[in-house]
Design a protein around this ligand. Structure first.
Ligand SMILES: Cc1cc2nc3c(=O)[nH]c(=O)nc-3n(C[C@H](O)[C@H](O)[C@H](O)COP(=O)(O)O)c2cc1C
Length: 333
């Protein structure tokens, strides 16, 4: 049915153990048992967002996801989590097949600790040089994510990253492309450039199975590409990673938060690492307020530029089938 698409996805499908090489990227608070299981049951690859979860919570979440799907799924761990190695141990206990390390360069020993229990490691890399280094030192696959994406972003567009990374790496390595993908036509283009598969977040965030608050979903359905803006860095000293989200009062509150953290830095109340954690805790709290509580005014509505292509609530299986058939049509054209 998806002959051409599946042929181009062959390496990605084998790597993930799935029918389709489409990952739903981990989204904090959104990518929990229900959405993750629905993605995997629909032939894609769901990824649990561990975010700031404790090892105990992750333990429960993995078990609960297993109860809802017999298909493969992964776990996304944030490298700066203070209990990273305990979280890896939880993944080992459950024999999780794939771990995605996000949010920075994997600390020493983390890739080895994951591979030790037989799981595959996926990493993000902002530059080609770093990508090569990570692949040399044991990472099994790469996700390249452009600035169109929702959530924490780098400065370079997906289309440019694809041109830099795919010709250099795709022949010998499994590379997934993320950021700004809303239709199957775009998936076809990246597959033809050599990608093994793709990762989407925004397109799946408001699926029927997503536990996101109805008001969070409504904000997505109303929004256009230009509403999903990157946060602005107020103080050049602050290690602020830009975040793409729908414009609201929360966007302004982030500006105020940065001023507050900069003042704490000036007064010597925090050092640079603590300042960064303050900023990350702000985002985690703000995202929770929007996703779980439905506070779409003050919370953070993290969304990518593809949000304009999210217009109604649909079951994951329908979104997946639509993406796959659009891709097949584009490849057959
Ligand atoms: C609401 C939201 C929360 C996200 N949270 C995380 C996260 O916790 N960890 C992570 O690695 N990526 C996170 N992302 C990025 C997604 O995993 C994915 O890579 C991205 O959404 C892909 O780009 P797209 O939004 O253009 O489809 C998040 C994205 C969104 C929209």
């Amino acid at each position: 049915m998806y002959d051409k698409t599946h042929a181009l996805m062959a390496r990605g499908r084998a790597f993930l153990g799935t029918e389709h090489a489409i990952l739903c990227g981990a989204m904090s608070w959104v990518s929990e048992r229900n959405l993750v299981a629905a993605i995997s049951n629909a032939g894609g690859f769901g990824v649990i967002a561990c975010g700031a979860m404790t090892p105990e919570l992750l333990d429960t979440e993995i078990a609960a996801t297993r109860a809802l799907t017999a298909k493969p799924f992964g776990v996304n761990l944030i490298t700066m989590h203070p209990q990273l190695f305990d979280l890896i141990a939880v993944c080992a206990k459950h024999k999780v097949g794939h771990v995605v390390l996000a949010g920075g360069i994997p600390p020493k020993g983390s890739v080895e600790a994951i591979k030790e229990f037989g799981a595959k490691v996926l990493v993000f890399a902002p530059t080609l040089a770093l990508a090569k280094k990570l692949l040399r030192s044991g990472a099994d696959a790469l996700v390249i994510e452009g600035s169109e994406a929702g959530g924490h972003i780098g400065p370079v567009a997906t289309s440019v990253l694809a041109q830099e990374f795919l010709p250099a790496l795709a022949e010998d390595h499994v590379v997934f492309v993320a950021g700004g993908i809303g239709r199957g036509d775009m998936i076809a283009a990246y597959l033809e450039m050599g990608a093994s598969g793709v990762q989407l977040g925004t397109r799946f965030a408001c699926a029927t199975e997503s536990i996101a608050h109805p008001d969070f979903k409504k904000a997505f359905f109303r929004a256009n590409a230009r509403d999903a803006v990157a946060s602005v860095q107020i103080d050049p000293r602050l290690p602020v990673i830009p975040v793409r989200a729908l414009k609201n009062k929360g966007t302004e509150e982030f500006t105020a938060k940065q001023v507050e953290v900069a003042r704490m830095l000036d007064e010597g109340k925090v050092d640079m690492a603590q300042a960064q954690l303050e900023i990350e805790h702000f985002w985690a709290g703000a995202l929770r307020r929007a996703v779980i509580d439905g506070d779409v005014e003050n919370g953070s509505l993290m969304a990518g530029q593809s949000v304009g292509m999210v217009t109604k609530e649909e079951p994951v299986a329908e979104i997946m089938a639509q993406l796959m058939s659009e891709c097949e049509v584009a490849l057959t054209r």
